[in-house]
Design a protein around this ligand. Structure first.
Ligand code: ASP
Length: 438
């Protein structure tokens, strides 16, 4: 029978009202069998996420504050959810254990994980599903690295024995039982590894937006929701700063070829965004799938006569970068010129870098220009369409925006441009208007 793994983010489980929506969603489709909850998130703008409350509580206890008093607001949040759902469930024993473990320095990861743990217990009770502690199935090595293979094997084995389950997101355990969390937002990753382990047909990721937007809504008014996006396109856009999902969450399902559907708990009928291994022609209705970008880049430009004939020129520079652990983004090159685009932070972290490049490469001229922004225009539809770059560059030139760098990958999945930071917002609007509003 088909199975869907369903992950709900913190805002989807912030209070009893939201829990009720979640239960309706799950009950509306019998394929939704494995449920991964986050900890309760914000109920309103100024609210505090339970994960943050747990970190603060643990730190306060470590500094000698009264554990009972510090834990009280957390217990109250869970207590209110259970009570408002009308559940006959006492969590007092759980609270006692947690408080004792806090006193015994169980660690900040342990502390943070209790949000997902307690929320999972409540949700399992409310749904009537078995609760499975993520510590039993999600495995880390003693050195703290995530153990992909052991996790996959143990989750497959545990979950093959149950038709339905609630498994808390965000954490797992080391061989000695010590709790370890993923990085923030890591429940997305838990959902993804569970989807892979149970060979799900679909991984639904429920949040508070109706999908992945084609551009940043702080820059473009009401950007369109992307209906279908491929994993590769998503990677390009996420890398450039567009986020809905935890970055690492894509890899396990991608390996297994399982599609992800981003859905909105507050608008469950909206189709959301489908993230798929490959999109069909019918699903490719636009040239551009999305636009994303980031500021804070710099370009180091080098000029050297006869650079094209000098064997090893680039290698010497890259060897220096490797030795110093410097990450770069792009290296557009001409016959006698070379540009290296990198995050400005990399230049700041390595004072004297230009002098050292000078020493190894002996260019005629070298300079660094800061204050650049990069914009990635991503779309699988570009490949089949002539004139995409022409339309984009014409529109930018019309808007008097000077393009400092162009990079088009050979796969023709994206065009990346470098512009001055002050042109960033305008450039995104211009590109969006050209491709999405016409
Ligand atoms: N609760 C954790 C966080 O706030 C993990 C998650 O929500 O995915 O980061």
């Amino acid at each position: 029978m088909a199975k869907t793994v369903v992950k709900f983010g913190g805002s989807s489980l912030a209070d009893a009202q939201q829990f009720k929506k979640v239960a309706e969603i799950i009950k509306a489709d019998g394929k939704r069998r494995y449920i991964v909850p986050s900890a309760p998130g914000k109920r309103f703008g100024a609210d505090i996420k339970v994960t943050d409350m747990l970190y603060s509580c643990y730190d306060a206890v470590a500094e000698g504050a009264d554990p009972q008093k510090e834990f009280k607001p957390i217990a109250e949040r869970f207590g209110a959810i259970a009570k408002d759902l009308g559940l006959n469930l006492s969590l007092n024993e759980e609270y006692e254990t947690i408080i004792n473990n806090f006193k015994n320095n169980a660690g900040r990861d342990y502390a943070a994980s209790r949000g997902e743990y307690l929320n999972g217990i409540i949700l399992a009770k409310y749904l009537g599903f078995p609760f499975i502690d993520a510590a039993d199935g999600v495995k880390f090595r003693a050195n703290g690295d995530f153990d992909v293979d052991l996790t996959n094997a143990s989750l497959t084995s545990i979950l093959s024995k149950t038709r339905y389950a609630v498994i808390p997101g965000f954490y797992g355990a080391k061989p000695n039982g010590e709790i370890k969390t993923f990085s923030r937002g890591g429940s997305d990753f838990t959902g993804s590894i569970i989807a892979r382990a149970v060979k799900a047909d679909l991984y639904e990721n429920w949040t508070d937006v109706s999908g992945f937007l084609a551009a940043d809504p702080r820059i473009v008014d009401n950007p369109e929701v992307i209906k279908v996006i491929t994993y590769r396109e998503l990677r390009e856009l996420s890398y450039m700063g567009a986020t809905v999902l935890h970055e690492e969450a894509i890899f396990p399902v991608r390996t297994a070829g399982i599609p992800i559907n981003i859905k909105n708990t507050n608008d469950p009928l909206a189709p959301g965004t489908m993230i798929v291994p490959n999109a069909t022609e019918e699903e490719t209705t636009t040239v551009i799938t999305g636009i994303a970008g980031r500021k804070n880049f710099s370009v180091i430009s080098l000029e050297k006569d006869e650079m094209n004939n000098e064997i090893g020129f680039l290698r010497r520079i890259l060897t220096l970068f490797e030795a110093e652990g410097i990450n770069f983004e792009h290296i557009p090159s001409g016959i006698d010129t070379l540009s290296i685009v990198l995050c400005t932070d990399e230049i700041n972290k390595h004072p004297g870098l230009l002098e050292r490049i000078n020493e190894v490469a002996r260019p005629n001229h070298i300079e660094a220009e800061r204050g650049l922004a990069m914009i990635a225009v991503v779309g699988r539809g570009m490949k089949e369409k002539r004139g995409t770059a022409a339309r984009m560059f014409a529109a930018l030139s019309h808007a008097k925006i000077n393009i400092r760098m162009i990079d088009q990958g050979s796969s023709e999945l994206n065009i990346i441009i470098g512009i001055k930071e002050e042109d960033f917002e305008e450039a995104i609007k211009v590109i969006y208007n050209v491709f999405m509003l016409q």
